[in-house]
Design a protein around this ligand. Structure first.
Ligand code: ADP
Length: 893
């Protein structure tokens, strides 16, 4: 031993102590010693002196060796304890040894003391060293067990001997599942075989390998780990084990991947990105930035982004921006910046401050987008919108003010056939032109029921345009609207159509009239040609006769009878020539509006008789009988008319009837219908074909206009007759059948004239008047004699007479089921007078004619009568002529 050991001696006998010390020194141990006798000193020495070994006697005055041992164990358990006793028997020694003493030396054999001390100290040293080693091992194994790294220890062959809990946590395999197996159970196949070979080469030659694995955990999921594998060698340097210390780097890998992705995203972002430090100095720009503004990262690094701004930014706005950013807010705005090569451009910029955990700003991120195009587009759009609005306004005003009708409609089809359409929009002109109101949103079949049937063609065209998209333009008579339309139809989108239209009925009518006029003119031209032909024929024939026979008359030898015959022929020809010429002249006068009517009192019965006489005498056709039928009695046949024209019409018609009737009858006459006289001339002659009926009254018209025609004539007679009839205020008509005969009729107004005659009976003046049958007269008269007189007069004139005794009865009759045609109202009557009765009758039926019959004739009476509603009045005593004239006036109107 190099240093002196410290010996604590528990001994009451100094001689024994000296003996022991002597013996220790003799054994070559260098030592110092300290001797105690009492328990307290002993405890003190243990704590203060800190001996390397305790040598204790057994028997002591105040305590014994056993107590010393136990105290020593308690207070200094590592200090070896040797019992040195003389009297001790073996049993006591064994007991002390059992209690934990390291050795015992009997004083009689004190020479053993040196060896005993050495052995005890050595033994204690070994125990201490072992304990130390155990402690260390424990710490190490704890370090391994509790390591945050995953640890695997394999034997030299790579067979797993140990895995720590972290390994289990990371891989999911428990120690039992992996011990005895190879770490290759973790292989994912993603690490190359070469890598493993390299690894083995390094570690088996004593080196240590570091690298990364992509392994599979128990669940089969990939995880990343970084590993360091080193060999464990024994004291002699041979490799006994391998130690793998691994760390799960999946999270790190993920983070790296994320960062990589983010970096790529930033690099490839279509948005220009600048990252500055807290002072606004550029640290990073992405590719888009460079391609946009044309500065590279190297050129702008460390500079302020303000360098791109040529001073367009408003200073106040700039201040606001910085205030916002510094207080950690995001700022957004627009900058007008300049590119490296000069041009200015607009940027929309978002700047976000990046905050540290403690809230301080570490960076700014500027995201910017070139909005020059967008701005331009926006400007363009605004302009376009304004233009569109202007144009829309213009078109709308055009649409509303256009004269043509406009309708925008959606066609409805069923099985591909157009069956209806809906009005989507129409203009004002639509309503004015069609007369249809509030049609928007309605179906046409609602607006014009029946149109689908009446105007199928219109539906077809609309349907066709809306499907084919090909516009069509046409003119059509729309039955349901009873007008001509000119239409242009377009298709703005499939199944929709726009109709632009105008009503052209007037134009069409004018066109028609023009066409008709043209046809007429052409016809007239033809007719004139025919006329010239005719007229020359008609004039030439008599002229020839006149010239021919006149020449013959020059011959003085001509016998007198021949001379007479020729003179007759010349006269006849003269007449014919005259008639042609006078016909033409008459028509010309008519055309010129110079033909005037000269009305006279005319006895039409007499006229018929004279005409009959004239023809009957002169007619040369024995096989034709001529007759006439007057409808009115002579006293009613006196009328006001132009007798010359009337006669001429009749003569013309009868002449024709006789001319075109070879055999049979010719009848003529007239009838009275309400207030018209209707004349007729009928024959059983050749008749007129139906297609000629509408033309035959035109001048120069003849059924047979050929040169070889059988009948003479100019074709002027009927035209002249028609002109005269119309001049007289009537109409001419024709009914005729080819081969059976013809009937020409014409009307003139019936304006009778009444003449008094002296009646044969009792020398009383009386009238011979007959009214058409069926006329009812109510005589309101309270005086029976007055009634009898009126009744006689009226009944004689073919009138039906009823009586009312007073006004009240009259009112009853007149307001009943069958009122009379006329009322003759006495004025002064009992019960109800004529004035009151007339008022009531007129209130109920203002059209019923009431003629007052009154004895009063003062002007105020007349006024009162007319005021009450009477149409007229007759003064008593009754003048018959006046009575019948008034009756005629009111009954025959
Ligand atoms: P015109 O007898 O001189 O030819 P009108 O004007 O009187 O001329 O008659 C025109 C034509 O009408 C006649 O040419 C004849 O063809 C036809 N017509 C007129 N009256 C008769 C009639 N009563 N029967 C058959 N045809 C008639």
């Amino acid at each position: 031993m190099e240093t002196a050991i410290k010996i604590l001696m528990v001994e009451d006998l100094p001689s024994d102590a000296e003996l022991v010390k002597h013996e220790i020194a003799r054994s070559g141990i260098q030592f110092i010693d300290y001797k105690v006798e009492t328990k307290d000193d002993y405890i003190n020495a243990l704590q203060e002196y800190k001996p390397d070994i305790i040598l204790s006697d057994y028997s002591l005055p105040t305590f014994d060796g056993m107590q010393a041992l136990l105290l020593g164990k308690e207070l200094a358990p590592t200090i070896p304890f040797i019992l040195v006793t003389g009297t001790l028997n073996e049993e006591t020694a064994v007991e002390v040894m059992k209690a934990g003493a390291d050795d015992y030396v009997i004083k009689e054999h004190i020479t053993r003391i040196g060896t005993a001390i050495k052995t005890a100290i050595e033994k204690k040293e070994i125990i201490r060293l072992k304990k130390e080693a155990d402690e260390k091992l424990k710490i190490l194994s704890m370090a391994i067990d509790q390591n945050t790294a995953s640890i695997i220890i394999t034997d030299i062959n790579g067979t797993i001997e140990y895995v720590n809990p972290k390994f289990t946590m990371l891989t999911g395999y428990s120690p039992e599942e992996v011990i005895g197996k190879n770490p290759s159970i973790l292989k994912s196949g993603k690490t190359s075989k070469n890598e493993y070979k390299k690894l083995w080469k390094i570690i088996s030659s004593g080196g240590s390998w570091s690298g990364e694995f992509q392994n599979l955990n128990k669940k089969g999921e990939i995880y990343f780990e970084s590993a360091t594998i080193s060999p464990i060698t024994s004291e002699n340097g041979t490799i006994t084990h391998f130690l793998a210390v691994k760390e799960d780097i999946t999270a790190r890998k993920d983070a790296e991947k994320k960062i990589k992705t983010l970096k790529e995203a930033i690099e490839q972002s279509p948005t220009s990105i600048i990252i500055t430090d807290a002072k606004g100095k550029i640290e990073f720009v992405n590719n888009k930035f460079t391609s946009l503004i044309q500065y590279t990262l190297e050129e702008v690094q460390g500079k302020n982004p303000r360098i791109f701004n040529p001073g367009h930014i408003d200073q106040a706005a700039y201040k606001v921006m910085w205030e916002n950013l510094k207080s950690g807010n995001i700022w957004q705005g627009e900058f007008k910046n300049r590119k490296k090569d000069g041009p200015l451009f607009w940027e929309n910029v978002i700047i976000s401050p990046l905050l540290e955990d403690n809230g301080t700003i570490s960076n700014y991120i500027l995201l910017s987008e070139d909005i020059t195009e967008k701005k331009k587009m926006l400007d363009d759009l605004i302009l376009a919108k304004e233009n569109a609005e202007k144009s829309e306004k213009r078109y709308h005003s055009l649409f509303e003010n256009m004269i043509e009708g406009f309708a925008y409609c959606k066609m409805i089809y069923k099985d591909g056939i157009p069956i209806d359409f809906v009005y989507l929009e129409v203009n004002n002109a639509f309503e004015t032109l069609t007369g249809l109101k509030n049609v928007t949103g309605k179906k046409v079949t609602e607006v014009i029921p029946g149109i689908a049937q009446s105007d199928q063609l219109l539906f077809q065209i609309y349907g066709r345009v809306a499907l084919s998209g090909k516009p069509e333009r046409f003119e059509m008579f729309v039955e349901s609207l009873n007008d001509w339309y000119s239409l242009s139809v377009y298709c703005p989108q499939k199944e929709y159509f726009i109709a632009v239209f105008d009503v052209i009925t007037e134009r069409k009518n004018t066109e028609k009239a023009l066409i008709l006029a043209k046809e007429k003119a052409e016809e007239s031209d033809r007719l004139k040609t025919a006329f010239l032909h005719n007229i020359s024929h008609e004039i030439r024939t008599p002229l020839n006769a006149i010239i021919g026979f006149s020449t013959l008359l020059v011959n003085a030898q001509l016998p007198i009878d021949k001379r007479m015959e020729f003179l007759n022929l010349i006269n006849t020809s003269n007449d014919q020539l005259l008639s042609v010429i006078s016909g033409i002249i008459a028509l010309s006068t008519l055309d010129a509006g110079q033909e005037k009517i000269i009305e006279k009192e005319t006895d039409i019965n007499e006229m018929l008789f004279n005409v009959y006489e004239q023809f009957n005498i002169s007619q040369i056709k024995p096989e034709v009988t001529l007759s006439y039928i007057p409808a009115l009695p002579d006293e009613l046949a006196l009328v006001i008319t132009d007798p010359v024209k009337l006669m001429q019409i009749l003569v013309n018609l009868i002449e024709n009837a006789l001319k075109f009737t070879k055999k049979g009858k010719v009848r003529f006459g007239y009838t009275l219908t309400s207030n018209q006289l209707k004349f007729f001339v009928e024959d059983t002659g050749i008749g007129i074909p139906i297609e000629m009926h509408e033309f035959i009254f035109e001048r120069f018209r003849q059924v047979d206009s050929s040169a070889t025609r059988k009948f003479g004539g100019t074709g002027l007679g009927l035209a002249l007759s028609k002109g005269y009839v119309e001049l007289l205020g009537g109409q001419i008509g024709l009914r005729s059948e080819l081969g059976k005969g013809s009937e020409f009729t014409f009307t003139i107004p019936y304006k009778p004239v009444f003449k008094t005659e002296i009646a044969a009976q009792k020398g009383q003046p009386s009238l011979k008047i007959t009214f058409p049958p069926g006329k009812n007269i109510l005589v309101v008269e309270d005086d029976i004699n007055s009634f009898i007189l009126l009744n006689t007069l009226l009944t004689n004139a073919n009138l039906n007479v009823f009586r009312a005794e007073n006004g009240e009865v009259a009112v009853k009759i007149c307001t009943g089921d069958s009122p009379p045609d006329l009322v003759l109202m006495d004025i002064r009557m009992a019960v109800m007078d004529g004035i009151e009765a007339t008022k009531r009758i007129k209130d109920f039926n203002p059209n019923l004619t009431v003629v007052a019959v009154t004895a009063f004739a003062s002007e105020s009476d007349k006024k009162n009568i007319l005021k009450s509603g009477c149409d007229d009045y007759i003064v008593k005593p009754i003048n018959q002529k006046e009575l019948f004239e008034k009756l005629y006036k009111y009954l025959m109107k």
